[in-house]
Design a binder for this molecule. Structure first.
Ligand SMILES: [Zn+2]
Length: 221
């Protein structure tokens, strides 16, 4: 089966935080990765440090940052789905699923990466994950790709168990750092501390750049 990865997440930078390593490993092997990003994160409160964006310019700035991040991860196919930030939860899940379903039919991905609905903290994350699951569930069983869910709510391990997928990303740690840094308006301050933390051997930071974990989503029917 031909490999093709589809990443469906709501905000520019979700991919960098949770899946930049895995994405970079695939693109490094020549596997095509498509990123369907649902919004431009235009309601974000961070405007850069010192601020270089404002409410009007933020969407365009985040779009350019996202394109830079995609370059860092080797993503050649970026799809902007055009939903409004912070309102994804108010869209009809069926409608969002229609959009994602069309991409699934077009690309026939072997693996889909999205937020694990109910365990992804932000309402947009949960809504995007739920719409993606709904879209995949519409495919005939034998045509469904594997779905990796990203979960990080406080109760995710208690409710879902330990993640069944752990991927060593050490060889692409640099790409992950570059992808995060590309989202300048959101990450500049955070990134300035990361290099020092890595040097000091901070265990959480080290883990962040050495492995990524996912929960395989299991469909009921
Ligand atoms: Zn997000």
């Amino acid at each position: 089966m031909k490999e093709q990865i589809l990443v469906v997440l709501p905000h520019p930078d979700d991919e960098a935080f949770g899946a930049a390593g895995v994405i970079s490993l695939y693109t490094k092997r020549g596997v095509p990765v498509t990123y369907a990003c649902a919004t431009l994160g235009e309601m974000g409160r961070n405007m850069g440090v010192p601020p270089f964006a404002n409410r009007e310019t933020l969407p365009q700035i985040r779009k350019i940052e996202l394109e830079e991040a995609c370059k860092a991860m080797g993503i050649q196919d970026l799809r902007l789905l055009g939903y409004r930030d912070k309102t994804l939860e108010f869209e009809k899940p069926e409608d969002v699923a229609d959009t994602i379903h069309a991409i699934l039919v077009e690309l026939e991905p072997s693996l889909v990466i999205t937020h694990y609905p109910g365990y992804a903290v932000h309402p947009d994350h949960d809504a995007c994950g739920a719409a993606t699951i709904l879209a995949v569930s519409r495919l005939p069983k034998e045509k469904r790709p594997t779905v990796y869910g990203m979960a990080f709510s406080k109760d995710c391990r208690e409710k879902l168990g330990e993640p069944d997928v752990t991927i060593n990303i050490e060889e692409v740690a640099t790409q992950k750092i570059e992808a995060l840094a590309a989202h300048k308006s959101q990450t500049t301050q955070m990134m300035s501390g990361i290099q020092e933390k890595l040097k000091a051997g901070d265990p959480d930071t080290k883990r962040w750049f050495s492995q990524e974990v996912f929960w395989t989503y299991h469909f009921n029917d």
